[in-house]
Ligand binder design. Structure first.
Ligand code: NDP
Length: 333
């Protein structure tokens, strides 16, 4: 950005991801910095203010959040709340005149995503989804190999993402009203997206099944989901998501060979192979790269490479997977 001023970012919702990843990354960014916070927990406001040197005038709660409209220190509002709150706070931020990054999954369903996109467009504000991997070098290499057919056409993809949930049984992630769904919404979204960015195509239909081994814990949301996606090119694409298995891989077969990432979707430690040989690509701070890119987009008034439409595309697939779980049939996307 050169002489351009650093963009001020306000994080909304100071939980695990804001505290563990985004705030530390904002100490490494070049084009933006942590200027403000929005929290419902007064103790966090006090702690963060001290730790990150945030002035009182840049601290809001969920009630007085609208007053951020009058604050010139804040250019970008980053929504890091439970999924059910993404739509409301994205729209309120845009209406307050701020550009928005919203965490994944973008919203409870595709209909909400459309409302968020429309509201940001109407307010003439940029909207981006927290898809950090689009700025990650192994992932970019997979996009290049797959989309440019470097090793011939992609014929097959198998991908899975999940972790063994050992957290609070009362957490928002396990409540349908707050999370929208379980492992599919939270973790499966990476595998769905991995298939889309490897092929550079949009899927047209899906068939899904599920398994529940801990019904008392996963009362309201899905535990493990398996799916098969149909793409226009005819590649055979299978995926799975889980709150009860540690998965994180993307395996791709092409006409002339294969490539893979494993781990494929974490914050760091990604590793890849092409025809069995190491890719030897360094890992970077993904969140810093992602937020710096968006700050540049705002400065230049150009759309992000992960705009709201990208979140909508994934949510259309998620919606169709849930329809297929209900119907037991192939569902169009
Ligand atoms: P946490 O539960 O750790 O944090 C959510 C925060 O939201 C809370 O700490 C709280 O902050 C605020 N909040 C407001 N209302 C509620 C409510 N009713 N219940 C619970 N929290 C509430 O969640 P995460 O940080 O793990 O996830 C937040 C978002 O970030 C999700 O969309 C998730 O999918 C996404 N995420 C993305 C990752 C990525 O790699 N891109 C990784 C991890 C999460 P406060 O006390 O300040 O009000």
């Amino acid at each position: 950005l050169g002489a351009q001023k650093k963009m001020g970012v306000a994080l909304v919702g100071l939980g695990y991801y804001s505290g563990g990843q985004l705030a530390p990354a904002l100490l490494q960014t070049k084009n933006c910095y942590l200027a403000g916070i929005v929290t419902g927990t007064p103790q966090k406001a006090a702690d963060w203010s001290k730790k990150y040197n945030i002035p009182q005038k840049n601290i809001y709660n969920y009630q007085n959040f609208g007053e951020i409209a009058k604050n010139p220190d804040i250019d970008i509002v980053y929504i890091v709340l439970p999924v059910s709150m993404h739509k409301e706070f994205t729209i309120r931020a845009a209406q307050a005149g701020k550009h928005v990054i919203c965490e994944k999954p973008m919203a409870l369903n595709a209909a909400e995503c459309r409302e968020m996109i429309a509201a940001c467009k109407k307010a003439n504000r940029l909207l981006s989804i927290g898809y950090r991997l689009h700025f990650e070098p192994h992932t970019k290499e997979v996009m290049r190999l797959g989309q440019k057919k470097v090793m011939g056409k992609v014929t097959q993809i198998d991908t899975g993402n999940g972790f063994t949930y050992g957290g609070d049984p009362n957490a928002w992630r396990l409540k349908k009203a707050l999370a929208g769904g379980g492992g599919l919404m939270d973790m499966g979204i990476y595998s769905i997206q991995g298939s889309r960015y490897t092929l550079g195509e949009e899927p047209i239909a899906v068939k899904a099944t599920q398994e529940k081994t801990k019904p008392e814990l996963f009362k309201e949301v899905d535990e493990t989901v398996f799916w098969e996606l149909k793409f226009p090119s005819g590649a055979k694409v299978t995926g799975k998501s889980s709150y009860n298995n540690n998965w994180g891989y993307l395996h791709v077969t092409t006409e002339n060979g294969n490539f893979e990432l494993e781990p494929a979707f974490g914050y760091g430690g990604l590793d890849g192979k092409v025809n069995g040989k190491p890719m030897n690509i360094p890992n970077i701070n993904q969140q810093a790269a992602q937020m710096d890119d968006f700050a540049t987009c705002v400065a230049l008034n150009k759309p992000s490479r992960v705009p709201g439409e990208e979140g909508l595309k994934d949510m259309k697939v998620v919606d169709a997977i849930y329809r297929s779980l209900d119907s037991g049939k192939w569902e169009n996307i």
